[in-house]
Design a protein around this ligand. Structure first.
Ligand code: GDG
Length: 502
């Protein structure tokens, strides 16, 4: 391709579009406009941009190309699909990404399946993404790669001769050295990451873990500037930073105040009158700590009988990765616990302690749950950030909600002053936090929630994009300016994960 104005090239596992069968036998596309897409859209449109990713369908047919061509027209930026076979998906995505990197990076190495076949598939598929980038981009485009599925992409691009700046953001945690060391491909992977020019993490915790691994495992580099620059033997500098992702808080707030949400939230509260509503919303994932949360809730009901008939836990679990055995087992464990707890405490008057919802909600219903809930129980065992915690705060427009948050969620770094922090492994500690939240005086709720809402508003997803791109510019002499009208947009209507990075 010939040279022209530098564009932004976003690369993620999935394209921000969902393709599904249309009425005429073809495919129709539904855009994703969740937080990340909403925030990147102005930049992609202004500079001209490309989004590279898998379209979500393994049979790559002309119908896929046609649906994407039409989606490109509507999106205002170019969609470049990476064609993956079912075998690729099995080895690269379900295998190496979700049975090796996902559990390992969440400190759960006993759940890892270090199958060498998975690793080979991961290498091959990263190569495929690189091929699409090479054919779809110009020499000076700025490439921003997202997440753990694409750790090797920069190394693949460098091998093909790419010299332009490459940036990477990891949405999940980076593990401590002693856990990272378990990875059979630890040196190759770390060296590959060092082919990026800017590496962004969610929190300082992750950044420090990464630097500790580099310092210990890579002997021909030197580290300076308070651990934020790595000097490579070939003279290159790799910059490292933490960029906590945010949400489009204004859009959530606006929707939480809409008549449709108010009506739906009123209905929810009316169906469960005089109850303190505690909400959990999670993808079906063992990192989210759902079984321990349910156990903590059981301990709370046993140790604080005043909570009985006063609280209802609404636990929404959104189906995810159910072709992986651990996820199927997790679902059974959750259902068993819900059954046990409801069996133990349900009373003839109609009180059922846990309302269990196993499906994806549409955005309006999700926001209505956030608005109706008095308490959010967000207790992951480890989480890169956790957007549910932030969305709950944005939707608590009357400032009367209480956030109970795991200290192992990345979000705890920003929300620690307003939230009740808990160790999710400490059942009695979490039970006490539930009791404390239920008994919390209105003035304290308000004070805490106002702190939380300020933090969530301040650290929006727009600020995140801005901060990341500014850091990228600093490592690059050619400026990559943001559009003048870079502002939060009004809409973010679709599910976040199923259209973006899942
Ligand atoms: C990864 C990292 C990091 C949930 N239920 C429904 C629904 N959701 C939306 C929420 C939220 C998103 O899904 C979940 O985001 P999380 O951050 O909580 O978790 P992951 O999916 O694991 O995301 C995480 C994130 O990347 C971003 O960097 O924070 O740590 O693991 O936005 O609103 N959306 C709809 N229906 C539901 O039922 N529509």
């Amino acid at each position: 391709m010939t040279e022209r104005e530098r564009r932004l090239v976003v690369v993620s596992n999935r394209l921000p579009f969902v393709l599904s069968p249309g009425p005429d036998g073809g495919l129709v596309s539904r855009p994703g406009s969740g937080g990340l897409v909403t925030a990147l859209l102005p930049v992609l449109r202004d500079r001209g941009g490309v989004w590279v990713g898998w379209p979500g369908i393994t049979d790559h047919t002309e119908a896929v190309d046609a649906a994407l061509a039409s989606a490109t027209g509507k999106a205002g930026y170019h969609l470049a699909p990476v064609a993956l076979t079912a075998e690729d998906q099995a080895g690269f995505y379900h295998g190496f990404s979700n049975e090796v990197l996902w559990p390992l990076f969440h400190d759960l190495q006993s759940l890892c399946n270090f199958d060498p076949v998975y690793w080979r598939s991961y290498c091959e598929v990263n190569h495929k993404y690189a091929q699409v980038i090479l054919s779809e981009t110009y020499k000076d485009d700025f490439v921003w790669v997202h997440d753990y599925q694409l750790l090797l992409l920069a190394a693949e691009l460098r091998r093909a001769g790419v010299t332009s700046p490459l940036a990477f953001f990891l949405h999940i945690p980076f593990p401590p050295l002693d856990i990272y060391l378990k990875l059979p491909w630890r040196f190759t992977l770390l060296r590959a990451l060092l082919e990026y020019d800017l590496i962004g993490f969610q929190t300082l915790r992750d950044q420090r873990n990464f630097m500790h691994c580099v310092r210990t495992l890579i002997d021909d580099v030197s580290i300076s500037h308070r651990s934020s620059q790595i000097h490579m033997p070939d003279g290159r500098q790799v910059r490292v930073g933490s960029f906590p992702i945010g949400i489009d808080a204004a859009a959530f707030q606006r929707q939480a105040r809409s008549p449709a949400v108010i009506a739906a939230a009123d209905t929810l509260r009316a169906e469960l009158p005089n109850r303190e509503l505690i909400l959990g919303v999670d993808r079906l994932d063992y990192t989210k700590g759902i079984p321990l949360r349910l156990e903590a809730f059981r301990v709370a009901l046993r140790q604080f009988p005043d909570l009985q008939e006063r609280v209802t836990l609404i636990q929404v679990v959104v189906p995810s990765r159910d072709d992986i055995p651990q996820y199927r087992d997790l679902k059974l464990r959750i259902e068993q616990l819900v059954g046990e707890i409801n069996g133990e405490f349900t009373r003839p008057g109609g009180w059922v302690p846990i309302h269990y919802v196993y499906r994806a909600l549409d955005r309006l219903d999700l926001v209505a749950y956030y608005r109706a809930a008095h308490i959010a129980l967000v207790t992951p065992l480890k989480d890169g950030m956790n957007l549910v915690a932030k969305e709950f705060c944005a939707c608590s427009v009357d400032s009367d909600g209480v956030l109970i948050l795991s200290e192992f969620a990345g979000a705890a770094a920003q929300l620690q002053h307003g939230a009740l922090l808990v160790n999710p492994y400490d059942l009695e500690g979490t039970a006490e936090a539930i009791h404390r939240a239920c008994a919390m005086p209105a003035a304290e709720r308000r004070r805490r929630m106002q702190l939380l809402r300020r933090a969530v508003n301040r650290q929006s997803v727009f600020r995140w994009v801005n901060g990341f791109l500014e850091a990228a510019i600093a490592s690059d002499l050619d400026a990559f300016p943001l559009p003048d009208d870079y502002l939060p947009s009004a809409e973010a209507e679709h599910a976040y994960w199923d259209t973006e990075l899942a």
